[in-house]
Design a protein around this ligand. Structure first.
Ligand code: CIR
Length: 268
């Protein structure tokens, strides 16, 4: 049976110079960021995820946010072309790490730009946010890569946040957690929807740990990893029956990241 793996990368000492789009700059405690990253990796391991860790990239401030550099499907990997120029050099070392795991490696190319944070896969549907980072050209390229494998790529307009997965992620194959102010909920009308608490607009980003590739609803093979500072939304998710684990990611939130961005999940 394929096992769930996660690729992570240690925090760059340059993270203080990270890109920011929708939030202001606040001091980041680098030592605390390292501690939180270690705890994040430990939490994944405790949930039976096989974690592969890459060393830090000293010159690339946002390189801990590996999710933005690659999309991993069972059949292929798609290397992205991040929307922020400062992040494009992150891709090469990630591609090297994945070449052993996928025979087919596709690439997004100019004029396409795509951040993995804008890509939400639920089964054979692949929702892609039309954001400040990801454009229509990339969506067309992605569609050409994925359609032969039976995936449907759906462009989703969004506003007021960095990535589609800032606004919506999947709790299971049939339920999403969503912020209705940032994305039109009609795009997700085929799913049960849990709205984030009004006072916690950033709470929609969570990692779904599905140890087997095809579990459609909450089960003992699934758990959810979410930031520790969204207690009202946490109550809603628990009430819906999902097993939940929290991690403190305050320093990554100051860099406009959250929990999905610090790993790339894939089955081997
Ligand atoms: C950036 O603006 O690119 C980084 N500071 C944050 C990226 C977070 N990525 C993600 O949520 N997928």
């Amino acid at each position: 049976m394929p096992t769930l793996h996660a690729l992570c990368r240690a925090v760059s000492p340059a993270m203080l110079d990270c890109e920011l789009s929708f939030i202001g700059r606040e001091p980041i405690d680098l030592a605390l960021a390292n501690t939180q990253h270690n705890a994040y990796v430990k939490a994944l391991r405790a949930l039976n995820v096989e974690v592969v860790e890459l060393p830090a990239e000293a010159a690339l401030p946002d390189s801990v946010f590996v999710e933005d550099t690659v999309l991993l499907f069972d059949e292929l990997a798609v290397m992205t072309r991040p929307g922020a120029q400062s992040r494009r050099a992150e891709v090469a070392s990630i591609e090297a790490a994945f070449s052993a795991h996928r025979e087919i490696i596709a690439r997004i190319f100019e004029p396409g730009t795509l951040d993995g944070g804008d890509v939400l896969q639920i089964g054979k549907r692949v929702f892609v946010g039309l954001s400040q980072r990801s454009n229509q050209a990339a969506i067309e390229q992605l569609s050409a890569c994925l359609t032969p494998f039976g995936y449907q790529v759906i462009a989703v307009p969004m506003q007021d946040c960095l990535h589609l997965k800032s606004a919506v992620t999947a709790l299971s194959d049939d339920t999403v957690l969503i912020n209705p102010d940032w994305v039109d909920v009609d795009y997700f009308k085929d799913y049960q929807q849990i709205y984030v608490a009004k006072s916690e607009p950033h709470a929609a980003n969570l990692v779904r740990i599905a140890l087997t590739a095809s579990t459609s609803s909450a089960s003992d093979m699934e758990s959810i990893l979410m930031p520790a500072n969204f207690p009202e939304t946490e109550v809603l998710i628990r009430a819906a029956g999902f097993a939940l684990h929290t991690v403190d990611v305050s320093e990554f939130q100051k860099a406009e990241g959250a929990v999905t961005c610090c790993s790339v999940l894939f089955y081997v």
